[in-house]
Write a protein that binds this ligand. Structure first.
Ligand SMILES: O=P(O)(O)OC[C@H]1O[C@H](OP(=O)(O)OP(=O)(O)O)[C@H](O)[C@@H]1O
Ligand SMILES: O=c1cc[nH]c(=O)[nH]1
Ligand SMILES: [Mg+2]
Length: 209
């Protein structure tokens, strides 16, 4: 069974508090989503493999640690996941970026696929799927299944806010995927929105409502 990690870091909690507020505008919202993604990436990459590297400092020869050069990819679920990409890349700049386009049908709450473009060698990469919101879990479950269908095996999922319903759906569908959550909220409302949540993350990032 993969691990579920709920972030307790004060900086993450503080920034999540700010993006929940309905009077936080798009500019600040976007900026803080990026910062939260960067801090979460720091946690989610904690187990990346290191190797010894021989170098010379100005003083002497020595052995230092370097990342083993494992190939990484970041895959945002469009649209809202895009808000987390730059923060992730600030930490892991050599990662490739794939895109999965899914929107949630407002009536059925089922995910509808409209785009998928992944790095050619995606199946060899350790993949970090990002989406600020895990509500029913339909979108994340479907996106991760799309990756598995293309042969990707090493998958992590990062979301800023999760509902218990989405977390259970993810654990049931993809027990092999590590899940990193900024805050685990109370429940979903009758329209499938997370309570207390932050509203529609995509609309708030892009100013579309
Ligand atoms: O867990 P679920 O019930 O599937 O809901 C979560 C999904 O809903 C939101 O996307 P949305 O459909 O609003 O698309 P958008 O990012 O384009 O706004 C969010 O960014 C997730 O992708
Ligand atoms: O609360 C929610 C649920 C789904 N998608 C969002 O953006 N917010
Ligand atoms: Mg949306």
């Amino acid at each position: 069974m993969a691990k579920v990690m709920i972030m307790e870091h004060p900086l993450i909690q503080h920034k999540i508090g700010w993006i929940r507020k309905s009077d936080t505008g798009s500019r600040d919202f976007r900026e803080m989503v990026g910062e939260i993604a960067m801090l979460m990436c720091y946690e989610a990459t904690r187990n990346l493999e290191l190797e010894d590297i021989e170098i010379e400092t100005p003083i002497c020869a020595t052995t230092v640690k370097g990342l083993k050069g494992k190939k990484l990819a970041v895959v945002p679920i469009l649209r809202a996941g895009l808000g987390m990409v730059d923060g992730m890349l600030a930490m892991i700049p050599a990662a490739k970026v794939g895109h999965i386009g899914l929107y949630r049908d407002p009536k059925t709450l089922e995910p509808v696929e409209y785009y998928c473009k992944l790095p050619e060698d995606c199946s060899e990469r350790e993949v970090f799927v990002v989406d600020p919101m895990l509500a029913t879990g339909g979108s994340a479950v479907a996106a991760i299944q799309m990756l598995k269908d293309k042969g990707v095996r090493n998958i992590h999922f990062l979301c800023i806010i999760a509902a218990p319903e989405g977390l259970e759906a993810m654990k049931a569908a993809h027990p092999d995927v590590d899940i990193y959550i900024g805050a685990l909220d109370e429940k979903l409302n009758d329209h499938g929105y997370i309570v207390p949540g932050l509203g529609d993350a995509g609309d708030r990032i892009f100013g579309t409502k």
